[in-house]
Design a protein around this ligand. Structure first.
Ligand code: FAD
Ligand code: SF4
Ligand code: SF4
Length: 653
């Protein structure tokens, strides 16, 4: 072979603690190396041009670049060598930044270690073989799971780009949390006014098929060719017939159904439409609370419905759809704050969550937009907001910041003054995080124009004062003294957590999730909406805390990824797949059972049971190679020979 070696300085990132020129010099002594050099920035254009030139000038048939993590630049260099006529798999990378220069200060030791890593990469490269991707047709349709603002934006952008969309939402209406908000920071414009038209666009778009009250049951396949099973829960109302007139709800005698849309601040009827702007605006029966379904007596809604839409014996249904890629946009839930016994643990009716307060502020809420105490329906005069309840709190296992609570608390305090000009709001905070456009200005206005009193410090207790109000006790850490504030209502800015069932969904989608259940992006900076499973993208809070502008931006970003993917006539697989040596395979099926992607299947060769790989499905995770007791499965580009060659190169130092 004729191999070229490039030892990157990465400015002073590597060269600060590694003698790159010396590593290049040592490399010239390794077998098959005909050229070695140490550019300043190999990934920059001059660096890439130098690699291409060296391939031509020195007739190289393999290249090693020693630089940063392959997670960042391996695709870059593979394209570089490909442009110069080499197969992209005749390239290897040694990570001498994260694995050497960033973790050790001893220049001599680092230089030697870098040379050893180059030697290992060379040993691997000498065992590499050119690999060729297989191309296949893609089903140019996208499934979006979650119909909050992020999923809605992704759906509209994909649909406008000509891609058919299936939008899946587990509630009976799309809209997510934004549909529950009264107004939105920092412009304080009406949430329904900006979200409503988008929801209507979803309903009317010819490219969007909407499944609400539905969840993803099962998924198989791979990028370009996923088969998804959608579980449609019984609504007990034929939506083809339902006109959303609401007569059923007016007549329904079961009026004590907890109102989930209103965050349990009120009650609704067993048959109901969650809110006036619901999309689709169709009635659903809560089977748990319906007298007909629980006791077999009533039937009033069926009798009063003018279109005969009520169907008490409706069953759940499962439909199958074929799609080419998937966007997860499942958002978040508020954590169970009742673990905070010091705030009453859910026992005090006027200690409520921020989302419940949004419903009290909203005209579509249980009080018609008048702020009233849940306990006695009176107007509060003193409102205390407590931030970071379940955020940045290791004691409840939630060290992360929920991102938007500082801002919505300021918004809610401002709106309180608008609703109740004689009221006084207090905000207990740890520090104010307001980094977005116009955000800092907004929180300042809350203090300067609306007279909201901010108290830096944590609240140690909330307890009833015996006269129908509450005492909020804490410490003002700026003034260094204890404070006690009288409150008629206490609003907790409760921290967020990944939405219910997020981990189970991640398992189905075969994507990773972090310690808290939020879905993991492929690269935190460079691939924020991709996942490690090809063809599965992320939008909105399911990936981490973000407000509406950021969720919308991410929704559009995923749509751009989908449109770019489907702009190609055919897709290509990554040829680093499992290969079965059928002579060694005894057909035990252990690999088939362990493959998380369903990429292995049974086959019969001359009457004997063997295993076969579906190369377009295989993600190259390598589980089967380590599971096979016969050593019959090898992973292309990471074969036993290649890995042992690296290990041997190191051991022979
Ligand atoms: P969500 O709104 O949570 O939507 C996710 C959707 O996915 C939901 O409809 C859910 O039912 C659905 N879903 C979940 N799991 C599944 C599943 N397995 N299958 C099918 N569907 C599923 N931000 C602002 O910018 N301005 C504000 O003024 C503001 N005020 C706020 C006030 C409060 C009290 C709170 C708590 C938040 C506020 N926010 C505000 C933040 C805002 O709510 C979020 O940024 C936004 O809702 C994120 O949208 P999303 O689509 O990612 O998630
Ligand atoms: Fe109206 Fe019948 Fe639909 Fe109820 S089920 S909203 S009564 S059409
Ligand atoms: Fe499945 Fe093996 Fe491919 Fe992993 S490497 S996806 S276990 S076939």
């Amino acid at each position: 072979m004729r191999i070229g070696v490039f030892i990157c300085h990465c400015g002073s990132n590597i060269a600060g603690t590694v003698d790159c020129a010396r590593v290049a010099e040592i490399s010239t002594g390794f077998p098959d190396v005909v050229y070695a050099t140490d550019p300043m920035y190999t990934c920059a254009e001059p660096g890439q041009v130098a690699i291409e030139a060296a391939i031509h000038d020195h007739r190289l048939d393999g290249v090693v670049v020693a630089s940063c993590s392959p997670r960042i630049h391996e695709p870059t260099f593979r394209h570089t060598v490909e442009r110069a006529g080499l197969n992209r798999y005749m390239f290897e990378m040694a990570n001498i930044r994260e694995h050497v220069s960033w973790i050790g200060k001893d220049r001599d030791a680092n230089t030697n270690k870098a040379a050893e890593l180059v030697k290992m990469a060379l040993a691997k490269l000498r065992n590499n073989r050119p690999l060729v991707a297989k191309s296949f047709e893609a089903n140019k349709k996208v499934l979006i799971v979650g119909g909050g603002v992020a999923g809605i934006q992704a759906a509209l952008d994909c649909a406008d780009g000509g891609v058919p969309v299936i939008l899946l939402e587990r509630e009976s209406t799309i809209g997510g949390k934004m549909a529950k908000l009264d107004k939105t920071f920092p412009t304080v414009d009406c949430s329904a006014c900006i979200l409503g038209p988008k929801m209507v666009d979803v309903a009317q778009h010819p490219n969007i098929t909407l499944y609400t009250y539905s969840e993803l049951e099962d998924i198989s396949g791979y990028i370009g060719n996923f088969t998804v099973k959608i579980h449609k829960r019984a609504t007990y109302v034929n939506w083809e017939k339902c006109t959303g007139c609401g007569v059923c709800s007016e007549k329904c005698p079961s009026k004590k159904t907890p109102d989930a849309f209103n965050e349990l601040t009120g009650v609704t009827t067993a048959i109901n439409i969650p809110f006036p702007q619901a999309i689709p605006k169709k009635a659903v029966i809560s089977a748990e609370h319906c007298r007909q379904l629980t006791k077999g007596k009533c039937g009033i809604c069926a009798k009063t419905c003018p279109t005969g839409a009520v169907v008490y014996d409706m069953q759940d249904d499962v439909v199958t759809e074929e799609v080419g890629c998937i966007i997860a946009a499942t958002g978040y839930d508020l954590m169970d704050w009742t673990v905070y016994r010091e705030y009453g643990g859910g026992q005090y009716p006027d200690v409520i969550t921020s989302l419940q307060y949004e419903r009290l502020l909203s005209t579509s809420g249980p009080t018609g937009g008048h702020i009233r105490r849940p306990s006695d329906g009176l107007e509060p005069k003193h409102v205390v907001f407590i931030q970071c309840v379940g955020s940045r709190d290791k004691s409840v296992g939630r060290p992360y910041c929920s991102g938007f609570c500082c801002m919505y608390t300021a918004k809610q305090a401002v709106l309180t003054k608008d609703h109740l000009p004689l009221s006084q709001s207090y905000v207990f905070y740890m520090d104010i995080r307001a980094p977005g456009k116009l955000y800092d200005e907004f929180t300042r206005r809350a203090v300067e124009e609306y007279g909201v009193e901010y108290i830096r410090g944590r609240v140690s207790a909330v307890y009833p004062d015996g006269e129908g109000a509450y005492v909020v006790m804490g410490v003002d850490t700026l003034l260094g003294r204890p404070v006690e504030i009288k409150a008629d209502i206490v609003v907790l800015a409760v921290g967020i957590e990944a939405s219910r069932g997020a981990a189970a969904l991640a398992e189905k989608l075969r994507i990773s999730y972090d310690n808290y259940g939020f879905f993991m992006e492929s690269h935190v900076k460079l691939k924020p909406v991709e996942t490690n499973t090809a063809g599965v993208f992320l939008a909105g809070v399911c990936q981490g805390a973000k407000d509406i502008p950021a969720s919308v931006a991410q929704g559009s970003a995923t749509a751009a990824k989908v449109l770019a993917l489907f702009a190609r006539d055919r897709l290509e697989n990554d040829p680093q797949t499992a290969q079965v040596d059928t002579r060694r395979c005894v057909g035990c099926g252990k690999c088939i059972r362990c493959c998380p992607f369903g990429a292995l299947k049974e086959t019969t060769i001359r009457g004997e049971i063997k295993t076969d790989v579906i190369e377009t499905v295989c993600q190259g995770c390598g589980l089967c190679t380590s599971t096979c007791p016969q050593g019959a499965v090898q992973l292309s580009h990471a074969t036993d020979n290649q890995i042992l060659a690296e290990v041997n190169a190191l051991c022979r130092c």
